[in-house]
Ligand binder design. Sequence first.
Ligand code: NAP
Length: 293
Amino acid sequence: MTMKVAFVGLGTMGQPMAKNVAKKGHALSVFNRTPEKAMPLKEAGAAMAASPKEAAKGADVVILMLTGPEAVDQVLDGPQGVLAGLDAGKTIVDMSTVPPSYSRHLSERLKSRSIAAIDAPVYGSKKPAEEGALVILAGGPQAKVKEMEPLLLSMGKKVVYCGATGQGSMMKMFINLLLGVMVEGFAEALNFGKLGGLDMDAMLETAFSGAMNSPMFQVKAPLIKENNYPAAFPLKHLAKDCKFVVDTAFELGAPVPVGQVLLQLYRLGWAKGWGDQDISAIARVLEHLNPKA
Ligand code: NAP
């Protein structure tokens, strides 16, 4: 069944995701703060809206793919915001990476307007977004997630039902903490070995030959080896996500000692001006901390 869908946030991820929604025949209306980024969607047959309010008018579902909580609030509120245009009884699917507490707060706020909310952040970066192969981590009432599943599957290969409202965002915290640990750990070990006189290719051969091998290491190794970091997932986004992890852990009383350190390291990389490079540019941060020759 096709729906009337509004898509707000056409950045690195939102643009290919919206294109895949259009490909499945849904009637699509789009808005992006920087209008030029919406142009490829015009070519894909979407209606160009002049504001989030205009995009949401008449929509069954509004999908948000924005940087974080501040951007979501700005897009929803105000005279030109989504909430000024969306009818009661409709649904907002927030696919942005936000803290679980924010997703729960948003859902309560929308409930008072009789608008349903699901949190559905994504696991996978630009290439899976282009290929419609994201893993979608959904939280909210199970029946509502089921109802949204065909739409979600236009952007992803799989929907994982994570539990009540906020649990999709909690699953995203879980997987991004693991991602941050793995990528930093790999870069740290390589930097350590290099200072100890080991050859890069020999270290990679060793890492890939046993139980420590991982597809993530395989993907990041050439970037670290070449010291060149075109972004699959930009470092500034992981720095932001580490902050959400640490805040969430504080609320839960959960120990994340390594998560605390990761926040410092990825934040330092962002401050050094490497925020738009790939997360594996964490190797540059470690190199920066090396003793100077
Ligand atoms: P992005 O390229 O930086 O795009 C961010 C989007 O948010 C843009 O459309 C931007 O509009 C909009 N935005 C930011 N602040 C806004 C504001 N105050 N008002 C209105 N619009 C605003 O980010 P992305 O890579 O697509 O990521 C989007 C979300 O997915 C983030 O939460 C990120 O953590 C998550 N994510 C990213 C990846 C990845 O590999 N990139 C993977 C998984 C999850 P403008 O174009 O006008 O700036």
